[in-house]
Design a protein around this ligand. Structure first.
Ligand SMILES: [Fe+2]
Ligand SMILES: [Fe+2]
Length: 328
């Protein structure tokens, strides 16, 4: 039994539509999908052809000072980190970046399975099918690129904490039963990664050319993925019934709050591995207003979209505040 079948009220009630408006909306939707699909053909990357893995300058060495934490990571600004010997600082920076890549591989695995489930539910003439398959192909290249990087570090890199991974593995089935919630999850993972990579590129924070190349490729293709997810939500979320809209309003901040922590903060396992004192973690993240601003910025566009869709409202507004992801 799917989630939708088990609910007491339908997620999507039948609402009669104005035929003219509906056809204009349909045309705009088809145009967007055609445009995104065309861009995927014109500008796409291959994990092995477009990254110069064998360039000596791209070699991955745990003692390389170019891997020291970038300014965007508040841990790098703590006295604790600065007082460490240089090779240790470089290893922590490399391990943090590799963990980011590993979480990316796990997230994209769930995302691809969800998109395949979504595509399976489409009728033969659906314009979404082709675009979704372009996106799956692009995410496949990203994951190969991320995993190749992780492999080259020779570090024991863990990604998501096991409990979170357990929950995340339940997500792909949502792409069929409740695609609106699935696409909130998609944006919850894609936007923080994209925002951080974009900002590091803009401010020239990447010192290692491999980290820079991976980020460049990723942000170009992610722009399309997020456009699709946002447009899907704008088109479909308003058509949800009372129950669907309430479920979405309740779960969106829970998903976004958890995803932003996962993407931006070191896991307890990581803190233990490098014996980072709890007080340092508090100082760098939880009690740091700069980091709190970074978290809000990391999901700013998705939060704006949720507001536009009327999903940030009582009685659920407190959840946004509780996760510290509300706007200031
Ligand atoms: Fe990706
Ligand atoms: Fe993506």
């Amino acid at each position: 039994m799917t989630l939708e079948q088990s609910l007491p009220l339908p997620l999507r009630p039948e609402i009669p539509e104005d035929a003219e408006l509906a056809s204009a909306d349909e045309r705009a939707w088809r145009d967007l999908l055609a445009r995104l699909s065309r861009q995927s053909v014109l500008k796409h990357f291959d994990a092995y052809e477009d990254v110069d893995w064998d360039n000596p300058d791209f070699s991955v060495d745990a003692g390389d000072p170019r891997f020291e934490l970038i300014e965007l990571d508040p841990l790098g600004g703590t006295d604790w980190y600065r007082s460490l010997p240089q090779p240790r600082r470089a290893q922590i920076g490399l391990h943090r970046f590799a963990t980011f890549m590993k979480v990316g591989v796990q997230f994209e695995n769930i995302l691809k399975r969800g998109l395949l489930t979504f595509a399976e539910s489409l009728p033969n003439d659906a314009p979404e099918f082709r675009y979704v398959y372009h996106e799956i192909a692009e995410e496949t290249q990203h994951s190969m690129m991320f995993q190749e990087f992780v492999k080259r570090t020779n570090l024991r890199v863990h990604g998501m904490p096991p409990t979170l991974l357990w929950f995340a593995r339940r997500i792909p089935s949502l792409a069929r039963s409740f695609p609106e919630l699935f696409f909130v999850f998609v944006l919850g993972g894609e936007e923080p990664i994209d925002q951080m990579q974009r900002r590091a590129l803009r401010e020239q924070q990447w010192r290692h050319p491999l980290a820079q190349r991976i980020s460049q490729i990723h942000v170009i293709e992610e722009a399309r993925h997020m456009s699709f997810a946002r447009a899907y939500l704008l088109r479909h979320a308003p058509r949800l019934g009372w129950l669907g809209r309430n479920l979405l309003a309740l779960r969106a901040p829970l998903i976004l709050g958890n995803m932003v922590n996962l993407m931006l903060m070191p896991s307890p396992h990581f803190a233990k591995r490098y014996q980072i004192p709890k007080s340092v973690v508090r100082q760098a993240y939880r009690d740091n207003p700069v980091y709190q601003g970074l978290r809000r910025e990391a999901i700013a566009k998705t939060r704006h979209l949720c507001r536009e869709l009327g999903l940030i409202r009582p009685p659920y507004s407190w959840i946004w505040r509780a996760y510290g992801v509300e706007s200031e």
